[in-house]
Design a protein around this ligand. Structure first.
Ligand SMILES: Nc1ncnc2c1ncn2[C@@H]1O[C@H](COP(=O)(O)OP(=O)(O)OP(=O)(O)O)[C@@H](O)[C@H]1O
Ligand SMILES: [Mg+2]
Length: 558
């Protein structure tokens, strides 16, 4: 704020000297050169000091905003992970991602740059107004006249720009999702020769994106000239009114120069007001979206003390268990009752969509039963320690999911302390060791995203190794041999026969395994238990089970 004053002093000094002595007369710069140099040094010195403080301000505020951004992002991610499977079924992955990336970024813009510029604006504004009024109240009034118009019009245009940018963002998200879907389903797209159709669809979305961007560019093209026009108007007014006042002898020429500088100092913060208001609005909307998810409480959480579920006997009871999927309202299980003694082998058989996978989901507490009680070791599963319970259950899901990491790390996922020998041991048991050795880098071969570089059967067997390396007390195998050939199946089954000794096992299957004898078998039909008993008992009933069994026998003889 002192720089304009120095400039006024220096100009007034020179004007005064010039009046007494013509500037081009010899010796002018010899006499006054050092004075003028001194003024310049003062201006430069203050500029340096203000630069230094700007550095400190940015260090404080921008760094702070980055730290808050870091914390916020971490918190949201950790909170997401705590939420139930049901939450992830209802909310789209893209939405979850945009809240953790885009929205956090908008909040950061508010906490960093906006806080910086607005505090700057408030200080600058009062200091400038104060200095102006101290020099000339009348000229101050004229100078400040166009500024409110400037702010209002900038706010107006900013909000148009904002709306357009939001629409452009959404369009970009659309383009991304089209591309993502095509690439992840590229095999289907190619085998149905639909490349051109998708290219055309993609082109249409891009065309839309281009048009929206051009329309934004047009608004921007008006916006900047308008801003410069209004700022210049303010300067013009200052010079016009101030010039008159200089001629009338009310103020000095240096004062006029000082005012012109004030106007320029003020205009930047004023133009920033509109920009700031729109960012504040966006940040508010973003924080709301973030809070929406942060305020979602997990429905399934742990209430038990640590260490209470370290070892399981493995007996399981379902008492009148019903389950309705919250998003689809499909009744997947209807008053299901069964008991599994510890160490028993239990098979669940049934048509597709009869509720088999749902039984596994409920046991792992991925969903909570709508009605009825599930007991493990005679204790309601809700009273078990959630993390420990899940750790004691080895689950091989129907659709095996692998991470984009090395094969050995994917198996080690089941047990972080496993040695390389353990990993190879369990890979051998699941008959996948030979396959892995044939990979280019053996156990260190990286598996592509979601395991795309492995065959379906290889994925299933890696995921069996992963489940068994946990040394679980209860094993749930959901249709985990559907993609392996008969020989491999037999190899794994004979391993299972030994590996499952002393463990409770639930085996969900479409096929009948002669090598594996079950203590009890249930047949599910539309969420209800249709048949229950041992193999011999079910064969006598002559229902779904015996029918399927006969069919398979016929098949294998052909
Ligand atoms: N996440 C989900 N959200 C909503 N409904 C679901 C969900 N998962 C399954 N369902 C529905 O619940 C019913 C039972 O599904 P479940 O997955 O238990 O069948 P399944 O017996 O395992 O079938 P499959 O043999 O094909 O694997 C089905 O009607 C299905 O549409
Ligand atoms: Mg299933």
């Amino acid at each position: 704020m002192l720089i304009p004053k120095i400039i006024r002093e220096s100009l007034d000094f020179i004007f005064e000297k010039v009046e007494t002595k013509s500037a081009d007369s010899a010796g002018f710069s010899d006499i006054y050169g050092s004075d003028i140099l001194w003024f310049s040094f003062k201006v430069m010195g203050f500029a340096l000091i203000s630069g230094l403080f700007l550095y400190f301000t940015r260090q404080t505020l921008i760094v702070m905003s980055r730290l808050i951004e870091y914390d916020l992002r971490k918190d949201i991610f950790a909170h997401y992970e705590k939420l139930d499977t049901a939450f992830f079924k209802v909310n789209k992955t893209g939405d979850l991602m945009s809240r953790v990336s885009e929205d956090v970024n908008k909040v950061r813009m508010y906490l960093g740059p906006v806080l910086l510029y607005s505090s700057n604006l408030i200080f600058t504004f009062f200091l400038v107004i104060f200095s102006m009024l101290a020099v000339s109240p009348k000229l101050s009034m004229y100078t400040l006249l166009p500024l409110p118009f400037l702010s209002v019009s900038i706010y107006y245009v900013s909000s148009i720009i904002n709306k357009k940018s939001t629409i452009i963002q959404q369009q970009l998200a659309k383009i991304n999702s089209v591309a993502q879907e095509v690439f992840s389903g590229i095999r289907v797209v190619k085998s149905y020769v639909k490349e051109d159709k998708f290219t055309q669809h993609f082109e249409e979305e891009c065309e839309e994106y281009k048009n929206k961007n051009i329309s934004l560019a047009k608004v921007n093209a008006y916006f900047y000239p308008l801003m410069i026009l209004l700022i210049s108007l303010s300067t013009l007014l200052t010079i016009y009114v101030g010039g008159g006042m200089v001629m009338a002898g009310e103020i000095s020429a240096g004062t006029l120069a000082e005012f012109v500088i004030y106007v320029n100092i003020l205009t930047w913060p004023f133009t920033a007001i509109g920009w700031m208001v729109s960012i504040i609005q966006e940040a508010e909307a973003s924080q709301k979206r973030i809070n929406e998810f942060l305020e979602v409480e997990p429905q399934i959480y742990n209430t038990a003390e640590e260490g209470s579920t370290n070892i399981l006997e493995g007996s399981i009871e379902f008492e009148d268990v019903s389950f309705v999927y919250p998003d689809t309202n499909i009744k997947a299980l209807d008053k299901v009752n069964f008991t599994i003694q510890s160490g028993e082998k239990f098979a669940i058989i049934g048509k597709t969509a009869s509720g088999k996978t749902t039984v596994a989901d409920l046991l792992l507490r991925l969903y909570e039963a709508t009605d009825g009680v599930i007991k493990i070791d005679g204790k309601d599963i809700r009273e078990h320690h959630l993390g420990e319970l899940r750790n004691k259950i080895g689950y091989v899901p129907q659709d095996s999911f692998l991470f984009s990491d090395s094969v050995s790390n994917n198996i080690r996922f089941g047990n972080a302390d496993a040695t390389q020998e353990d990993i190879e041991h369990f890979a051998k048991q699941a008959s996948v060791h030979e396959d892995i050795l044939n990979f280019p880098e053996g156990y260190e071969t990286r598996i592509g995203e979601r395991g795309v570089t492995l065959s379906g059967g290889q994925k299933q067997r890696v995921s069996i190794s992963r489940a068994f390396i946990k040394n679980p007390d209860i094993v749930i195998l959901d249709d985990c041999l559907s993609a392996v050939d008969a020989n491999t199946e037999n190899a794994i089954l004979s391993y299972l026969d030994t590996a499952l000794k002393g463990k409770t096992a639930i085996i969900i299957t479409h096929r009948f395994y002669n090598l594996l004898s079950f203590d009890k078998i249930i047949v599910l039909d539309e969420g209800k238990i249709a048949e229950m008993g041992t193999h011999e008992e079910l064969m006598k009933i002559k229902g779904f089970y015996s029918e399927q069994y006969q069919n398979q026998l016929v098949d294998s003889h052909n």
